[in-house]
Design a protein around this ligand. Structure first.
Ligand code: GLN
Length: 288
């Protein structure tokens, strides 16, 4: 057990966060991470740091806090440490088997909900990961039938847990989209946020993404970046109902290439939507 003199006060813990995470995060983010850590670990309200700065951490509290700080210092995203994230109002479990849902992906969900009625529809979500898109859609549109697919067994386990946790009735299935066989079921909407980052983009990516998030969910072969989209269009032409739609999250680098590809599959009507950062990130196609 640590000697009493070596025990930290709460304000010293906050300062340790500031010094040790300085090279990874902005000061405001660090203070926020410290507050979220003590809430996660001890259910202390953030204001405790201001109200009781001299509070003496017990040895057990200090060990627990140091463990979290150590993981943060290694670059591990906070969401993986607490294994939780909020997405479109849902509390979802995340692990390193799935991507941490991005704000762009919640924009995709919102865009679909703005465009579509709440009438019964069959919706397939490919490369679902944590199940975030399928679950957020089901939560907002209980009449829709949602099926979520992913190649990773570990991801599908998380998606299933998330469905259970949020009491949402969706089907989750391990399935490699690239080996997809024509199904008899007719679909109204296909949605997907497939891997779309080029290996050559690694240089500008953050350590916490590269070292901790699943590569399989991020990267596409440098020489065939549209691989997953080609398959989505193929499934679309086979299984979508008349005027069926495809909604995809994309890499802004190949927005126009994707529009041409969609056109060549008979998806002549399309809409592009920019994300909050002003990048061409979302595409909607309608089968003609
Ligand atoms: N938007 C994610 C990122 O930049 C990538 C998601 C994906 O490849 N589908 O990290």
């Amino acid at each position: 057990m640590a000697h009493k003199n070596t025990l930290m006060q709460l304000i010293e813990l906050r300062d340790a966060y500031r010094t040790q995470l300085e090279s990874l995060y902005q000061k405001e983010e660090i203070d926020d991470l410290c507050k979220r850590s003590i809430f996660y670990l001890f259910e202390w309200e953030p204001i405790k740091i201001g109200l009781e700065p001299q509070y003496q951490l017990t040895p057990a509290e200090q060990i627990a806090a140091n463990k979290v700080l150590h993981r943060l210092k290694s670059g591990e995203p906070f969401q993986y440490i607490i294994q939780q994230v909020n997405f479109c109002g849902l509390d979802l479990i995340v692990s390193s088997a799935v991507l941490i849902p991005r704000p762009e992906t919640s924009e995709l969900v919102e865009w679909i909900l703005e465009n579509e009625s709440r009438q019964p529809k069959t919706v397939f979500d490919f490369c679902t990961g944590s199940g975030c898109i399928a679950l957020a859609l089901k939560s907002a549109s209980p009449n829709w039938k949602l099926k979520a697919f992913d190649i990773s067994t570990n991801a599908i386990e998380i998606a299933e847990k998330n469905a259970e946790k949020n009491k949402l009735d969706i089907t989750c299935e391990v399935k490699d989209i690239l080996a997809w066989k024509k199904s008899k079921e007719k679909i109204d909407i296909i949605v997907s946020n497939p891997p779309y980052v080029l290996p050559s983009e690694k240089e500008k990516m953050h350590k916490n993404v590269l070292d901790f998030e699943p590569e399989i969910a991020l990267f596409v072969p440098e020489n065939d970046p549209l691989l997953f989209y080609r398959k989505l269009f193929e499934i679309g032409t086979q299984s979508l109902k008349d005027k069926g739609k495809i909604y995809i999250e994309i890499n802004p680098l190949y927005c126009s290439a994707l529009v041409s590809l969609g056109n060549s599959f008979g998806f002549t009507e399309f809409k592009i939507k920019k994300d909050i950062f002003g990048k061409e990130r979302l595409l909607q196609f309608i089968l003609d």
